[in-house]
Design a binder for this molecule. Structure first.
Ligand code: PCA
Length: 223
């Protein structure tokens, strides 16, 4: 069922709102996750205050690492804020690049329980939903922009089968037929997280924030 009314209230008048080439009225919602899996930080929420400071007009929110509650809280933001662009961020420990996620799978298989103790195994997220849904962000353009700055970036074809994928899938499902762009980006560990994990790659906070600033800038320009 389609409960999110994210597309409503989003009528824009670009002629009136164009400020120095930017469409000032594009409403961008950026979410991150709380720490999980024994970590004390999650890069996806660490970056939010930096993005908020750089772009005061955006809306940011930290979500719980819980299958049910993360979607419940995101839905609340969609209805309250009626964004034009939704960018969800999460941590993908062990990856070395910023992962622009292309696809969300209609599948949940949790390796560890979520922060509420829930551990779905081998189940569909939506019984009658399509097997996969695709990001509606311009991933190739984002990839080129970050590559040209020599930031580590890749387009990824799996957001996993845990809470991030579930949130991404439900978001794309709810926004189908709405004029709202949505995507998910997975971030590598921060250096403080890799200290006790020999061989695991990470990315500095500076580079992570820089990459996401470029992404948000692109999102703000999506009229
Ligand atoms: N990463 C997990 C859930 C929360 C997060 O930041 C995932 O990839 O599913």
């Amino acid at each position: 069922q389609k409960r999110a009314r994210a597309g409503e209230g989003g009528t824009r008048t670009p002629e009136h709102s164009r400020v120095q080439g930017q469409v000032a009225s594009v409403k961008v919602l950026v979410t991150g996750f709380k720490p999980f899996g024994g970590e004390t930080v999650n890069p996806s929420s660490t970056v939010l205050p930096y993005l908020q400071a750089r772009f005061p007009q955006i809306h940011t929110r930290v979500l719980p690492v819980e299958f049910e509650r993360s979607w419940f809280e995101l839905q609340f933001e969609l209805e309250r804020y009626t964004p034009d662009v939704v960018l969800c961020l999460g941590e993908a420990g062990g990856r070395s690049s910023i992962s622009l996620e292309h696809a969300a799978l209609n599948w949940a298989d949790a390796r560890i329980p979520d922060n509420s103790g829930q551990r779905p195994r081998d189940v569909k997220l939506l019984e009658f939903g399509p097997n996969a849904l695709f990001s509606t962000l311009p991933l190739r353009a984002l990839e080129s922009r970050l590559k040209s700055l020599e930031l580590p970036v890749e387009i990824s074809y799996s957001a996993g089968t845990y809470v991030c994928n579930a949130l991404f899938y439900r978001l794309l499902d709810a926004l189908e037929g709405h004029n709202v762009r949505a995507g998910f980006i997975h971030l590598p560990y921060l250096p403080e997280q890799t200290q006790n994990k020999p061989g695991k790659p990470g990315l500095t906070l500076e580079h992570t924030v820089w990459a996401l600033e470029e992404v948000v800038k692109t999102c703000l320009e999506l009229g």
